[in-house]
Design a protein around this ligand. Structure first.
Ligand code: 16G
Ligand code: ZN
Length: 529
């Protein structure tokens, strides 16, 4: 380690006095002007992680659906997964260290994690379209360079594209080519194969309006369009040419306000969707003939994908186990439908992609979606091999056809993380193959009315939860009060949990009517004070 160089660069990327930040559910996230030192230090940390894992590590500069003034950073582990929990702690420690202690903290992490400092390091970097992102990614590069790491700056990419690129880099191209063109080629080829018998030219039915949250999704969809069949006509709105990132638009806005975004005219029965600012979430919606808004959230996406895969699996006739992973936010109707009608097992984890992803890895085919629209499908190595083999060798034509379709789904879905582009293509393929309209999809089950509220409290950490965040353990007595409130309503459910990304407590309630869900949420929020 060049001690002088580290010292010099550390003072160029000075930490504001007294600032303490935490590597949270989705990395560091706060006002962009507070993040220069964090970026530099995450460059340093990525080098250590790369040396330790002898693999390429990713650093993504983004604050997803947060306001344009914010920014954030997260590290991506070798197979495209979220950073390992023990390294999240190192990240927090390093980000908060005083300048003169940086060397010591780096040495301590290297010692504890048995990092061989002689090992080479390779870092890939990506960023979203925020005005602050370019400069902040330069600070990451400073951190990487000062420790002698090599890097490749992919520039403007979606978060899931960077996850894909990391995975490709570390699997000798087995997952795909480690270029953005490679990503477009892999997904579009699978999409074309999957839909080749269903698309007819001039088919208006395939039109899809996409609200890109004035973010990176628009840029990347425009690049990808020439790889996709013309029959899929994508109409982009909030494409970043005007309008502020995530402002009154994007998947998070649509989901939490339960209304269409600004900047897009939703005509009756038109299929629309929204990405979030870094294009790792997607939500569908439409207005019916009476102008009533219908939201098709992550739960309904999971249901559509699960029923499609379950059908293909039964045609293939192999004993491959499907598992679905949800969080406490999943609408009660979706869970009931999946368990009772589709007869597939549903498992619950805490909020946050890393928890769902980890659980989904336990199944041959693990499908996870958060209600907010982040999700994907994971195929175990064994399941993937079996499917690819059947697609090649199976002599029964019907079985082979189903296996080929499953193989294309494997290639179309981004298995590293939720990906709005990849999810959108899979959804569009399924709707086309099944001949389903957006209304038919929506009608699979009816969501229970629900309400989410935020409550500001002095210290949100006094609330501790259990049972996948569905029950509060502390403060003592709170859960009993919630239980009593829930009993007042029909088909009701409520929970509270401290947010992992904001200084608030979140309240969720659902009940038989919107009024009752609103009342229950309000009463529970009063109990939290
Ligand atoms: C982050 C998570 C998302 C989760 C949300 C919850 C990732 C990549 N993103 O955006 O999965 O739903 O946080 O936020 O893990 P909350 O803790 O503030 O409710
Ligand atoms: Zn996002």
């Amino acid at each position: 380690m060049d001690v002088d160089a580290v010292n010099k660069f550390s003072s160029l990327h000075a930490k504001p006095n007294g600032l303490i930040l935490q590597y949270g559910t989705a990395g560091f996230r706060t006002k962009a002007y507070h993040l220069d030192h964090v970026m530099y230090r995450m460059g340093l940390l990525a080098v250590l992680r790369s040396k330790q894992t002898k693999s390429t590590i990713g650093v993504m500069v983004t604050a997803s659906h947060n306001p344009e003034e914010d920014n954030g950073v997260k590290l991506i582990d070798p197979l495209g997964e979220m950073l390992a929990p023990s390294w999240e702690e190192h990240a927090t420690h390093l980000a908060n260290a005083e300048e003169q202690d940086i060397q010591a903290v780096l040495a301590e992490i290297s010692h504890r994690e048995a990092v061989n400092l002689q090992q080479k390091a390779m870092i890939v970097i990506g960023r979203d379209t925020r005005p602050s992102s370019e400069k902040l990614s330069q600070s990451v590069i400073d951190g990487v360079s000062v420790l002698g790491g090599q890097y490749h700056d992919y520039g403007l990419v979606t978060t899931p594209q960077l996850h894909y690129l990391v995975c490709c880099q570390n699997t000798n191209g087995q997952y795909g080519k480690a270029t953005i063109e490679g990503y477009y080629q892999k997904l579009s080829k699978a999409f074309v194969e999957l839909t080749k018998q269903t698309f007819r030219s001039g088919d208006e039915y395939r039109a899809l309006k996409i609200d890109c949250a004035s973010g990176i999704g628009a840029l990347k969809l425009k690049e990808m369009e020439c790889y996709l069949p013309r029959e899929l006509s994508l109409h982009l709105f909030n494409d970043g040419t005007k309008g502020k990132l995530n402002h009154l638009c994007g998947a998070d806005f649509v989901k939490s306000h339960q209304k269409p975004p600004l900047g897009i005219e939703v005509k009756p029965n038109e299929r629309c969707c929204s990405f979030d600012g870094d294009a790792d979430r997607i939500i569908y919606y439409y207005n019916d003939a009476d102008g009533r808004f219908h939201l098709i959230d992550g739960d309904k996406i999971a249901t559509l994908i699960s029923s499609f895969l379950k059908e293909l699996l039964s045609e293939v006739g192999e004993n491959l186990k499907i598992g679905i992973v949800q969080t406490a936010y999943a609408n009660g109707s979706s869970t009931r439908y999946l368990e009772e009608v589709m007869k597939v097992p549903v498992h619950f984890t805490k909020t946050g992609v890393k928890h769902l992803h980890h659980k989904a890895q336990e199944f041959d085919i693990g499908i996870y979606f958060e209600a907010n629209g982040h999700g994907t499908v994971l195929f175990s190595k064994a399941a993937e091999m079996k499917i690819r083999q059947l697609a090649k060798e199976e002599t029964d034509g019907k079985k082979r056809k189903a296996a080929v379709m499953l193989e294309n789904v494997i290639d179309l879905i981004n298995q590293t993380v939720g990906d709005a582009i990849s999810d959108m293509l899979l959804i569009e393929a399924i709707l086309a193959l099944k001949g389903l309209s957006v209304q038919q999809w929506d009608a699979i089950y009816t969501d229970l009315p629900n309400r989410q509220l935020k409550v500001k409290v002095a210290d949100r950490q006094v609330i501790d939860t259990t049972d996948a965040e569905r029950r509060a353990v502390t403060p003592l007595g709170l859960q009993e009060v919630i239980d009593d409130l829930v009993k007042k309503y029909r088909f009701s459910r409520a929970f509270v949990r401290p947010s992992g990304t904001e200084d608030v407590v979140r309240v969720y309630a659902e009940a038989d009517s919107q009024e009752n869900a609103d009342n229950l949420a309000h009463e529970v929020s009063l109990a939290v004070f």
